[in-house]
Design a protein around this ligand. Structure first.
Ligand SMILES: *Cc1c(COP(=O)(O)O)cnc(C)c1O
Length: 370
């Protein structure tokens, strides 16, 4: 199978991705699915992931930047790609030409839209801040914005959305946000100004809040089979395995120090294996003396500080340790599983950060069968 000069790689299972997409579809019924593939599809590889989602029936995709969206267009993706984040007004003609709608999240952006002189009509989605506190126009600015948009013939008001900050942890606050959003929609409806696309639900809201569905949903983490909640979820399958192979092993006597800073001293004779993966690969240094990996279908502990490119593990008593043993950093081996969520919990972050930070240096390989 893999034949890398440095045996550290990520495997992405596109069949599982497709099944996760169908699971979301089953939950949300006839609503359109706008799949979130920002940050290289949360580290999973946005081109292959997007091709699979397009084929499975995603209505559109979301990226964080225009650069991410252009990369997908250039690799042959045909469905709309909405940019959620900031786009420099000077490149709006490029977005329009490539059928890449952009987000209006700041009233001051209207001035730029008035000056828009592209060859193609530019599609806009308005992001309203109903309580996320990140980007978004305030609800009271909406009437003026929409009135202005309607005077601009080359700007198409295609969608309106908001983002929930607590669909995983505080449904009462999420419902307050939805009330504000629904209120805006009611006002627009009265004046016959509703755009075709109305979307709010992230993954947590898809699981927890049917009220947030409107006519399109924006799942991210669920498609990758990871939980958006504080607990494990059934029915969705993680699609990523993060793997490496031992490159060296040695038996060291009691009292030897391992790695930078001498944070680990052997208490007895210890068999140590070295892995060709480190924090520059996005394997968090915070796992030093804390993390575990799977080798020989068992858990082994990380010992000493994780270095930029290499990591040591304790394999005392493990059979047949030699260079080339497969090691699972994230994924399954035998009956043992290490999830991105397990790693996240150990170092007080979230599974999103663990997968999205796996480095560019680590090749992604794509598999289709189980
Ligand atoms: C990242 C993001 C999403 C997807 O969130 P998940 O929790 O991964 O489902 C949806 N909408 C916006 C605006 C986002 O930034």
């Amino acid at each position: 199978m893999e034949n890398f000069a440095r045996p550290t790689w990520v495997e992405i299972n596109l069949s599982k991705l497709k099944r996760n997409f169908y699971r979301v579809k089953k939950i949300v019924g006839k609503r359109k699915i706008i799949a979130v593939v920002k940050a290289d599809a949360y580290g999973h590889g946005s081109v292959e992931v997007s091709k699979t989602l397009e084929k499975a029936g995603a209505y559109a995709l979301c990226t964080a930047s225009l650069e991410e969206a252009i990369k997908l267009r250039e690799s042959g993706i045909k469905i709309p790609i909405l940019v959620l984040g900031y786009v420099n007004p000077s490149v709006l003609p490029v977005a329009a030409k490539l059928n890449i709608p952009v987000t209006l999240f700041d009233k001051r952006f209207l001035k730029r839209l008035r000056e828009y002189k592209g060859e193609y009509p530019l599609k806009i989605h308005i992001n309203v801040d109903t309580g996320m506190g990140r980007i978004g126009v305030t609800p009271s600015e909406i009437p003026e914005i929409i009135n202005t948009l309607n005077t601009l013939p080359f700007i198409i008001f295609e969608g309106i959305y908001t983002h929930l900050s607590t669909a995983d942890t505080d449904l009462s606050y999420a419902n307050k946000q939805l009330s504000i959003f629904e209120n805006i929609l009611d006002q627009l409806k009265e004046k016959n100004l509703l755009p075709p696309l109305i979307h709010t639900a992230n993954s947590a809201a898809i699981l927890n809040l049917k009220r947030s569905y409107f006519n399109a949903v924006r799942p991210g983490i669920l498609l990758y089979g990871l939980s958006p909640l504080n607990k494990a979820i059934d029915n969705f399958e993680p699609i990523m395995n993060f793997k490496t192979r031992t490159i060296y092993s040695k038996l060291v006597p009691k009292g030897k120090s391992i790695s930078y800073g001498r944070t680990f001293i052997t208490k007895k004779e210890t068999l140590i294996a070295t892995l060709p993966v480190g924090y520059a690969d996005g394997y968090p240094r915070a796992l030093s003396n804390k993390g575990e990996v799977l080798i020989k279908k068992r858990r082994a502990k990380i010992i000493g500080n994780i270095t930029m490119d290499q990591t040591m593990i304790d394999v005392t008593g493990f059979p047949y340790i030699h260079p080339g043993n497969e090691v699972v950093l994230i994924g399954k081996q035998g009956n043992e599983t290490i999830t991105a969520s397990e790693i996240a919990k150990k170092i007080t972050t979230i599974n999103y950060e663990i997968v999205s930070r796996i480095g560019k240096r680590v090749p992604r390989i794509f598999v289709r069968e189980d």
